[in-house]
Write a protein that binds this ligand. Structure first.
Ligand SMILES: Nc1ncnc2c1ncn2[C@@H]1O[C@H](COP(=O)(O)OP(=O)(O)O)[C@@H](O)[C@H]1O
Ligand SMILES: O=C(CO)[C@@H](O)[C@H](O)COP(=O)(O)O
Length: 491
């Protein structure tokens, strides 16, 4: 690979760390990865697993200054690793879905006058003045229950809100945590706000009124934009401090769920993302014919429907569990709305669950039981989000750090009775969300140099990047086959 080859930089501002993936623009090979763990790399903020709990009941936030410092540190790490940032032609990425940062009225002028001699996170440079809240509510926040009920009431109840936006009201969604924007919002990101009409991909006036009164539409500026569009070029701070090219473009960032789908999904695949959260994604492509009316996607009380970032008329159906990695690390309760520690066993006849003493389940078996109950819950709920007309699931693709665990790979194969796969990038990365962010940036760049923009799939074909391909030259590698005997237990 010539060292001058153009690069794309994708970020993922996830719950526990900031990650960056650099890929070559024309062959999409990973050339470098870097990460910054908030708890250990930036310990002065006192986060636990990237978050701060409280002071109010259900409040979960991350310090915005910590994220700014993480950005300084990761750029330093990339440069120290010998990467010439001047080769980067586009920056894009993802963040925890539904996390929200609150810019102040002074933010635009402060952003326009950043001092290249100062780090982004240097006290008084951007923070605290550019933010109206020093701490950003993240996806684990559950402090806005009252506002959620108010939002549902405004449109006629929880199912009505789900039909309108793709999800019932959730405390973590941005609508009930509302914000001021600097750049247009990308459609799949907008679907995680409880403010967008999911079928039209446009802001819904009733919901804007319920969440922010008349000023909110003005703050949002424009209707949501498609992923992989070019927003503009990097600011001078990036050029002067880090030697990025002034021609380097910026693509809109979105949620980590849509970028994971962009990175990994082929039609008929389900993606099981084992990050801090455990999330199952199904990509629903747009209808082939615009003449025959298509079956509307399902909007349920327990799932989310997001607009697809690069396929207008397509969707992502999603199940998301808060008690993912942290529950697996420290076995705790799985059923919702119960606090304390309980153990359950199906009654004879398997119609109900009976609480049993802890001694029935020895501690060494807890991690496996936690994992099994998480996966069985997904297996039970996934039938509710698959369209009757959808083809049978083809592959189960794993993502997230825990996907490298061979025991987890096998238990997933056994519980779902389906082979499991993993993305095998040319230089290898488990960071699907950051990789997807880089791909969306390439799509923005690639689209900009064409008379006709072309589809995301056209672009992938042009680089011979076939996400269906499972042979040794392909990108998706088989990990585990179900064990027939073990799989029978989970039917
Ligand atoms: N080998 C492993 N086996 C099981 N779990 C793992 C393994 N390595 C990492 N993890 C889990 O992965 C979690 C972090 O996953 P990651 O995808 O990096 O999350 P996030 O993107 O939310 O920061 C950790 O909290 C840990 O529980
Ligand atoms: O979708 C959600 C929350 O709805 C989560 O996936 C968050 O986006 C957090 O991501 P990770 O840090 O677990 O990757």
């Amino acid at each position: 690979m010539p060292s001058s080859e153009a690069l794309l930089l994708g970020f993922d501002l996830s719950t526990q760390q900031l990650k960056a993936v650099l890929i070559t623009a024309h062959s999409l090979s990973v050339v470098h990865e870097a990460s910054v763990y908030y708890d250990t790399d930036l310990p002065s903020y006192g986060t636990s697993n990237g978050a701060i709990l409280g002071p109010d009941e259900g409040r979960v936030t991350s310090p915005v200054s910590m994220w700014l410092e993480a950005l300084d540190l990761i750029l330093e790490r990339i440069r120290t690793a010998g990467i010439d940032l001047g080769r980067v032609i586009g920056i894009g990425g993802a963040g925890q879905q539904h996390g929200s940062v609150y810019w102040s009225l002074d933010a635009p002028s402060l952003l326009a006058s950043l001092d290249p001699s100062k780090a982004l996170g240097a006290p008084g440079h951007l923070a605290p003045q550019a933010f109206s809240l020093p701490d950003a509510p993240i996806w684990q926040d559950s402090s806005t229950t009252v506002e959620c009920r108010g939002l549902e009431d405004a449109v006629g109840g929880s199912q009505a809100l789900s039909d309108l936006t793709g999800s019932r009201a959730f405390e973590l969604f941005t609508g009930v945590q509302i914000t001021r924007r600097i750049a247009p919002i990308e459609v799949s990101d907008a679907s995680g706000m409880s403010l967008m009409n999911i079928l039209a991909s446009r802001w819904e006036d009733t919901l804007l009124d319920a969440c922010g009164g008349p000023e909110l539409r003005a703050k949002l500026e424009s209707e949501p934009v498609l992923g992989g569009s070019a927003l503009g070029k990097v600011g001078t701070w990036w050029v002067q401090r880090w030697e990025f090219s002034p021609e380097c473009i910026i693509a809109p960032f979105t949620g980590d769920n849509p970028t994971t789908v962009v990175a990994l999904s082929a039609h008929g695949d389900a993606i099981l993302s084992l990050c801090t959260s455990t999330t199952l994604h199904l990509s629903i492509p747009p209808p082939l014919s615009t003449v025959v009316p298509s079956t509307p996607p399902k909007c349920t009380m327990t799932s989310h429907l997001l607009a697809h970032p690069v396929a207008p008329g397509g969707y992502i159906a999603m199940l998301c569990y808060k008690n993912g990695a942290l529950a697996r690390e420290r076995p705790e309760i799985i059923p919702p709305n119960i606090t304390g520690e309980f153990f359950f066993k199906p009654d004879a006849g398997v119609t109900s669950m009976a609480a049993v003493p802890e001694v029935v389940f020895p501690p060494f078996s807890h991690p496996r039981e936690i994992l099994e109950s998480q996966l069985l819950s997904i297996k039970l709920r996934v039938v509710d989000i698959v369209l009757p007309s959808a083809p049978p699931l083809h592959r189960l693709v794993l993502a997230g750090r825990a996907s490298s665990n061979t025991v987890i790979q096998q238990v997933v194969a056994d519980v779902f009775g389906s082979s499991t796969y993993i993305a095998e990038r040319k230089a290898g990365t488990h960071e699907a969300a950051a990789f997807g962010g880089a791909l969306l940036t390439w799509y923005a760049w690639w689209g900009n140099i064409r008379v006709e923009r072309g589809t995301f799939e056209d672009m992938m074909e042009e680089v011979h990047c076939d996400r269906h391909n499972t042979d040794e030259n392909g990108q998706i590698r088989s990990l585990a086959e179900p064990d027939v005997e073990a799989a029978r237990v989970y039917i």
